[in-house]
Structure formats: structure tokens, C-alpha cells
Design a protein around this ligand. Structure first.
Ligand code: SF4
Length: 320
């Protein structure tokens, strides 16, 4: 595949032996399947911080000075400052701005994206809360709020997996668009090509984004594009329900009204209904729609990324 998106990744997930115990957390799906369609840029914040391999394990602790990264066996040793310096070093890496997404190691006090254990200052074994975010993940989110982030554990969920990878490809197309000074027309076309994808995730956002794009010829494009991508990525991170997907499929079917025989139309309606009821995966009505659009091409529908959100070989629509 040409022009593979570049994903940042917690280094241990690629099988690199960088963990505190000299081990790794190799993830087959990431290296064997995603590896065919994405390039990876690996980072291990704790190794870059010079904490060594092996190293004493650390965890997040709620202290009077805020959340700190302390050694599990000795809370007197605080490595927060070392880690923060390493994080700044990673954020300054020339490839960071080229990443189209980031896969993070769950539960890590450095890389965990959510629900990381926070311990009380006096207790070293029992977490008092599971509400933390790893120090690196927090800094990454702050510096790149629109960058799609996901944890490897959540990639086992077909809906979350499809959502993340879909967002990565949208973000990559946005990065490509941003390589040249943007014009009002280019922004309108970008929005237009993603219309049904956005509709599947959030109808209200589609309306808001449409209103934003409508101002493209009359307002400052630089601030408008920043607001657009922020709202777009927020909209796409919402789950696309079967009801919303069914609505989009029905809209697309509308473009075929003048061409479909009665039996073909009935078959398509039934397929969409069966998908909405959970008897069929999304790939079935989409394949049927594409079949009819091959025979009756429509220039607007042909451009819709909803019908080709990611490489079909990843089979992400087969299990949602
Ligand atoms: S979770 Fe992050 S800090 Fe820990 S070993 Fe993996 S890459 Fe390094």
C-alpha cells in the first residue's frame, strides 16, 4: 500500500524488550495485521528518561504536589521530573507532527490513556482510584488534541478498532490537505467527501460542520480550519450506532431510486433492515450498495469515504 499512515506506538507493543522487567508486550494483531498497512514510530518514555532496563517499577501516586510517578517499592524516589524531560524530548521528535495516530500501552503510568491506577501516598499496593492517565499519554493528548489515540487492549473490540482506524485514515487525509495552503474550495470538497461518514457518527456534528464550511469564502480560513478539524475528530470519535448507519445506508440507496428494479430494491431494504437488527455485519449492505453503484455510478457517491473508509483487507466492516 502506497503512503502508509505513520502510527506512533508504545515500544513494548512491537515486542521490544523495554519494560521494567526486561520483557515486552508484543501484540500480534498490531505487528502482523496492522503492520501491513501502517508504518510505526516506537517510543518508550521510561527508557528515554534513562530509567534503565531492567528498572524498578513505578506507579502514579496522588501526593500533596499532585500526581507523581514514584517507585513502587520506595515512594521516596520520585522520577516525575526525569520522565517529563523525556516526554518533552519525544514531543520535540521531528516525526511527531507526521503521526496520523498513536497506539498506547494500557495501564502504564507513562503510556496508559485512561483508567490508570492512582495509588495513595502511604499505600504501595492498593490503588485508591482507577482514574489516572499516563504522564506521556496526557502530554501527547494536550499537544495533539486531534490526533487519534487508542490503547492496544481496546483494539480487541471490533467497534473501537474500526472507529480508531477510520479516524486515522481521515486524519491522514487532513494532514495531506494541510500540506498546501488551504483554499475554501479544498475545505468544502474535503467536507463533502466525508459527509456520510460524519452522518454515521453524529448528525448534529454534520450540521455544525456544514455551517462552518459554509463560511469558508467569507471568514479567516486558518482559524476556521482549526475549528473544523477539532469538531470533525470529536464527531468521528463518537460511536456510529446501527440505527445511524442504517440511516446513512438508506440515504445512499436514495441515489439509486430511479435505477433499481423492484426486487433489487426490496433486497437492499431487507439487507439494511437485517443489518440494523444485528443479523448481518455492515459489510453486507455496503457491498450490495457498491454493486449497484458499479452498475449505476453516481459522481457524488463515488467520492464518499463512507463506502471505503479503510483498506477492505483489514476486514473491519466484517465484524461490526
Ligand atoms: S508501556 Fe510505555 S513506558 Fe512502559 S515499557 Fe511500554 S513503551 Fe515503555
Amino acid at each position: 500500500m502506497d503512503n502508509k499512515p505513520l502510527l506512533g506506538i508504545s515500544s513494548c507493543l512491537l515486542g521490544n524488550t523495554v519494560r521494567f522487567d526486561s520483557g515486552h508486550k508484543h501484540n500480534d494483531y498490531i505487528t502482523e495485521t496492522l503492520g501491513q498497512y501502517f508504518d510505526f514510530q516506537a517510543f518508550c518514555p521510561e527508557v528515554i528518561a534513562g530509567l534503565g532496563i531492567p528498572r524498578p517499577a513505578i506507579h502514579l501516586v496522588k501526593t500533596t504536589k499532585g500526581i507523581r510517578a514514584l517507585q513502587v517499592k520506595n515512594h521516596a524516589i520520585d522520577v516525575t521530573a526525569q520522565l517529563q524531560m523525556a516526554i518533552q524530548q519525544i514531543l520535540a521528535h521531528p516525526n511527531l507532527a507526521h503521526l496520523s495516530g498513536f497506539i498506547l500501552k494500557k495501564d502504564s503510568p507513562s503510556c496508559g490513556m485512561e483508567r490508570v491506577k492512582i495509588f495513595a501516598e502511604q499505600a504501595t499496593s492498593q490503588p485508591s482510584e482507577r482514574t489516572g492517565i499516563g504522564l506521556f499519554a496526557a502530554a501527547l493528548q494536550q499537544q495533539y488534541p486531534n490526533l487519534p489515540l487508542e490503547e492496544e487492549g481496546r483494539l480487541c473490540d471490533p467497534i473501537l478498532r474500526e472507529n480508531f482506524i477510520g479516524r486515522v485514515f481521515v486524519y491522514q487525509r487532513w494532514q495531506q490537505l494541510m500540506q498546501a495552503p488551504i483554499s475554501a474550495n479544498a475545505l468544502i470538497e474535503f467536507h463533502s467527501d466525508h459527509k456520510y461518514l460524519i452522518m454515521a457518527h453524529d448528525q448534529n456534528s454534520l450540521r455544525e460542520l456544514g455551517q462552518l464550511v459554509a463560511q469558508a469564502g467569507t471568514t479567516d480560513l486558518v482559524s476556521l480550519q482549526a475549528e473544523y478539524i477539532q469538531k470533525l475528530m470529536q464527531a468521528l470519535s463518537k460511536k456510529a450506532s446501527r440505527g445511524q448507519q442504517g440511516n446513512v445506508l438508506a440515504h445512499l440507496m436514495g441515489y439509486l431510486t430511479d435505477y433499481l428494479e423492484r426486487e433489487d430494491r426490496a433486497e437492499l431494504v431487507e439487507t439494511i433492515q437485517q443489518y440494523q437488527q444485528g443479523y448481518l455485519p455492515l459489510i453486507v449492505p455496503i457491498t450490495l450498495l457498491k454493486h449497484h453503484f458499479r452498475k449505476h455510478p453516481h459522481p457524488y457517491v463515488r467520492r464518499q469515504y463512507y463506502l471505503k473508509p479503510h483498506p477492505s483487507e483489514l476486514m473491519l466492516l466484517n465484524s461490526i
